[in-house]
Write a protein that binds this ligand. Structure first.
Ligand SMILES: [Mn+2]
Length: 342
């Protein structure tokens, strides 16, 4: 991965002014990569003497609660003291991590869009970023934003500047966005960065356990139910989809984050090429898509469900009923297959 030296120079220049007010933002439904990259980058900025406020639009999943520094991350949705509005209003610089368009911030995006004075810097690995930023580190070839943040820290201050606390949270994002180092973009350089993180003394098995073996009983039972009762197969078993209504989730004491990873499971079936899950929310249905190899779910999500993401992992939204959403999905799959894309 080649990071533009021009961008690094611009960023160094931007950060050289002392005691700035900085906001670090990440996306709605923040995951390990969103939160990990925000905390690590926030620590780097504070070390320079800047005042940093990390903000996410809504709560991160409970299995990330253990992360050092996460309690300092402001949750916009429940921010009754107005800390977000105050920080955004006086911000000199706003960093946007792990998302590619202000629309991914929902209501928080409007607040950012109306702040015209702060410089906006993008650090992200999603495809097709919008042009809303002054400096753009847009690297879809990076397996995670945490890896990108690591490379930027390395370019600015050297690998030896990475602290154990930064290493721990960066590892979380690198691990979760790659499915514990099993997806694409696993480059030799990524493993070199992991060697640096490991050398700070972080406890990798413990990090793994904290993230992947920390669910509730309800989540385990909901998972069994979803695979057993709700997984439907199309096209001779090469496409799978699952759906969960609010009522079904309530039955299993659903907590935010409980359905995380379900969509990957159909891909454990050898001939599976694409998997989808539809999760009902109050005003819409959230769609997550995964695929194997050449099957491009980024394009699929953009074309049929106003979404996007990565080549093999993407998401979107549907504003019609579950039955209609499923019917649209089935029709879209047929159309996609007819064009030879599946
Ligand atoms: Mn990410």
């Amino acid at each position: 991965m080649n990071i533009s030296q021009t961008n690094i120079d611009l960023l160094r220049e931007l950060l050289s002014k002392p005691s700035q007010k900085i906001v670090v933002l990440s996306h709605t439904n923040p995951d390990g990569d969103a939160v990990g990259s925000s905390i690590a980058w926030g620590e780097a900025l504070r070390r320079l003497g800047h005042t940093v406020t990390c903000v996410v639009p809504n709560k991160y999943p409970y299995y990330l609660d253990w992360m050092t520094g996460i309690s300092d991350v402001v949750i916009f949705k429940t921010d009754s003291e107005g800390r977000t509005a105050a920080a955004v209003a006086e911000a000199d610089v706003i960093f946007c991590l792990d998302f590619h368009s202000l629309s991914r911030l929902d209501a928080l995006g409007d607040m950012i869009a109306s702040n015209t004075t702060a410089k906006r810097v993008l650090i992200d690995h999603h495809l097709d970023p919008s042009e809303q930023f002054d400096i753009m580190f847009s690297h879809p070839e990076s397996s995670s934003t945490c890896y990108l943040v690591y490379k930027i820290i390395e370019a600015l201050w050297g690998a030896q500047s990475v602290s154990a606390s930064q290493a721990e949270v960066l590892y979380v994002g690198m691990m979760t966005d790659t499915g514990n180092f099993s997806f694409s973009n696993l480059t030799p350089e990524l493993y070199q960065s992991l060697a640096v993180l490991s050398s700070t003394g972080i406890n990798i098995p413990q990090i793994y356990n904290n993230v992947y073996n920390s669910f509730t009983e309800g989540r385990a039972r909901l998972f069994g139910y979803t695979i057993n009762r709700k997984m439907k197969l199309l096209r001779k078993g090469t496409v799978a989809y699952m759906s969960l209504t609010e009522e079904e989730m309530r039955r299993f004491w659903f907590q935010q984050g409980d359905s995380e990873g379900f969509v990957n499971y159909p891909l454990t079936i050898k001939k599976m090429r694409m998997s989808a899950i539809f999760i009902e929310h109050k005003d819409f249905i959230r769609i997550s898509l995964r695929s194997r190899g050449a099957v491009d779910v980024n394009t699929f999500a953009a074309r049929y469900f106003n979404g996007g993401g990565h080549h093999n992992a993407a998401g979107g939204k549907s504003f019609v009923s579950m039955a209609e959403t499923i019917a649209r999905f089935e029709a879209a799959v047929e159309e996609y297959a007819k064009e030879g894309l599946l």
